[in-house]
Design a binder for this molecule. Structure first.
Ligand SMILES: CCc1ccc(NS(=O)(=O)O)cc1
Length: 299
């Protein structure tokens, strides 16, 4: 039987100066205490309704039938005339270090929802997209290729996207898009991590630290919301956001609360940080940073 969120604790802060010892205790006996702690998060948020996601007109817009956005935190597109479901996209606002709605977390667009995805980017005034999956992994489609293959502009609904430039690195690519709607035009940056296996962790884990730093070198804390997606928009997306938060928090605080961050994210979107391995990876990334490994992005 799951306890209501009000009964279980919602945070477990750890003093940064004790973090190395904390990791040693949690990982002992084959990660026994990490397993216990991650299990405490299992039911967080799960009592919240997803009625709009479940409407017959919206069901085809969900990549996975069991990954649905909670009504209370879902991103609403501007409705189109009286078209039922035209405000729906599988996406939720998720808190970050800088704002309670710093991120919009979404599934990898389907071919049939990629126009909605660009509408969300435009209508939210987002200037950065974080992509944490490849389009195809092990022969399975994980995400539509929702941006142009070359420098010719492509229309997605009434929004045009054109690649301005692209920088390629061993584990990620950074693109700048010119995005236009009517007479307005904006530059949107696309940060694509290309070596993170689904349900797994980056290898080595601290590659993710370098990616977060490469992102933050180009996107300041006041530029929000930031669109983040993987394939389902829960495991890898939640892991990325949690690491982004703690890398900012440790600059100004004596404590870090990974449990509390994941708890708060799961109140807004299901399964954020999906696997125990991802939960442990966040701790390993922080350990690497605190041990002073040179983790600059160098990009
Ligand atoms: C079962 C649905 C599902 C598929 C893929 C993922 N992984 S991901 O959220 O990291 O893309 C999570 C859940």
């Amino acid at each position: 039987m799951s306890l209501p969120d009000s009964v279980i604790e919602t945070s477990r802060p750890v003093r940064i100066e004790n973090f190395s010892n904390h990791y040693r205790i949690m990982s002992a006996d084959s990660d026994f205490r990490f397993s216990e702690e991650f299990e405490e998060l299992k039911h967080v948020g799960r009592d919240q309704p997803c009625t709009f996601a479940d409407l017959p007109c919206n069901r085809p817009k969900n990549r996975f039938t069991n990954i649905l956005p909670y009504d209370h935190s879902r991103f609403k597109l501007q409705p189109v005339d009286d078209e039922e479901g035209s405000d729906y996209i599988n996406a939720n606002y998720v808190p970050g270090y800088n704002s309670p709605r710093e991120f919009i977390v979404t599934q990898g667009p389907l071919h049939s929802t990629r126009d909605d995805f660009w509408r969300m980017v435009w209508e939210s005034n987002s200037r950065a997209i974080i992509m944490l999956t490849r389009c195809v992994e092990k022969g399975r489609e994980k995400c539509d290729h929702y941006w142009p293959y070359d420098t010719m502009p492509v229309y997605y609904g009434d929004i045009s996207v054109q690649i301005l430039n692209e920088s390629r690195y061993p584990d990620w690519n950074v693109c700048e898009f010119m995005v236009c709607r009517g007479e307005q035009q904006r530059v949107v940056r696309h940060f694509h991590f290309t070596t993170w296996p689904d349900f797994g962790v980056p290898n080595p884990p601290h590659t993710l630290v370098r990616f977060v730093r490469a992102f933050r070198e180009r996107v300041p804390p006041d530029q929000r919301p930031i669109v983040v997606h993987c394939s389902a928009g829960v495991g890898r997306s939640g892991t990325f956001i949690c690491l982004d938060r703690i890398l900012q928090q440790i600059l100004v605080s004596d404590y870090v609360d990974i449990f509390g961050i994941v708890f708060a994210m799961r109140k807004e979107r299901v399964w954020m940080v999906q696997t125990e391995q991802q939960y442990i990876c966040i701790h390993q990334c922080l350990l690497a940073v605190l041990e002073g490994k040179d983790l600059s992005s160098s990009t």
